[in-house]
Ligand binder design. Structure first.
Ligand code: AMP
Ligand code: FE
Ligand code: FE
Ligand code: ZN
Length: 282
């Protein structure tokens, strides 16, 4: 089994990197992609335990980008054989800027939530999020303080783009993020296309022109007919496909590593081999 989309405690997952490696072994996943939001630190910490466990680890990342004014998630995969010399160092420097923009947004988010009468502090949020504190950690804090009864309610009432507590964050444009991933020798894949606010078929040519390599056809949020559609669109546009559960541990308890939501995921074992074949050819 293979799973190319998962999160650790380095972003908004609840499994530490070594715990995620254990979970992969337990679940029968033999190729695991770690795709924390805006950071490689979970991947870095999983390298030694994965080697010990005999698990093939794929270095990945999930970036929040702007496309036509909406927030769109983009996955980057860095297969060590293809990473350019110094490519990842440059990329790591670039994501440090993204991390700074998140911290700066968090300062304004605390101020906004306090303005709305919520007694919360940055220290409390960071106690839950560590170096990569994001809106899911604020949501958890609002639940713990009893202001809302669920993470979803926290987003609906305060944190979602359409909610009263929302503050903007500087996010890179989609095409800029694709370029940074590719400049480092990575593969850029559109995450969970089902969440796009626009019709994928109508914008795919533009995304392809921006350098997109792949789309995440297999994802826990996709029905089998959606997956079939994404596979067809990928084939039409000459794009590769990726797939993963988007495992977040107890933060999304209904999703299992490797198998998704109630076993709805069946990711072909040869996805990474297909990347390698494509990259060797290009
Ligand atoms: P941030 O990068 O800190 O702005 O947080 C973005 C993360 O919050 C996303 O990756 C999602 O996991 C989560 N998120 C954003 N909007 C919602 C929503 N409406 N409901 C639930 N989770 C959301
Ligand atoms: Fe997440
Ligand atoms: Fe995502
Ligand atoms: Zn994700």
């Amino acid at each position: 089994m293979i799973d190319l989309h998962s999160h650790t405690t380095a972003s908004d997952g609840t499994f530490s990197p070594p715990q995620l490696v254990d979970e992969a072994k337990r679940a029968g996943v033999h190729i695991l992609g770690i795709t924390d939001h805006d950071t490689f630190s979970g991947f870095d910490q999983a390298v030694a335990p994965a080697r010990e466990a005999g698990l093939e680890l794929v270095c990945g990342i999930e970036l929040s980008t702007k496309l036509h004014g909406h927030s769109v998630h983009l996955l980057g995969y860095f297969l060590n054989t293809f990473v350019k010399p110094d490519g990842l160092d440059v990329f790591r420097m670039w994501i440090r800027d993204l991390q700074a923009s998140r911290r700066e947004r968090n300062v304004r988010l605390v101020a906004r939530l306090r303005e709305l009468g919520l007694d919360i502090t940055m220290e409390e949020a960071e106690a839950r999020g560590g170096g990569m504190t994001g809106r899911p950690h604020f949501a958890r804090l609002l639940v713990e303080k009893g202001y809302v009864s669920s993470m979803q309610q926290a987003f609906d009432e305060y944190l979602d783009e359409s909610a009263k507590g929302y503050v903007t964050r500087r996010e890179p444009q989609f095409a800029e993020a694709v370029e940074h991933i590719r400049d480092a020798g990575g593969i850029a894949s559109l995450a969970h296309p089902v969440r796009l606010p626009e019709d994928l078929a109508s914008i795919l040519a533009e995304l392809r022109a921006a350098g997109l390599d792949a789309i995440e056809a297999y994802h826990s949020d996709h029905s089998s007919s959606q997956t079939a559609l994404y596979l067809e669109l990928a084939a039409q546009h000459g794009l590769l496909v990726t797939g993963g559960s988007d495992f977040h541990g107890a933060a999304k308890p209904e999703i299992q590593l490797g198998t998704g939501r109630g076993g709805n995921l069946q990711i072909p074992d040869d996805l990474v081999a297909r990347f390698r074949a494509r990259l060797r050819a290009s």
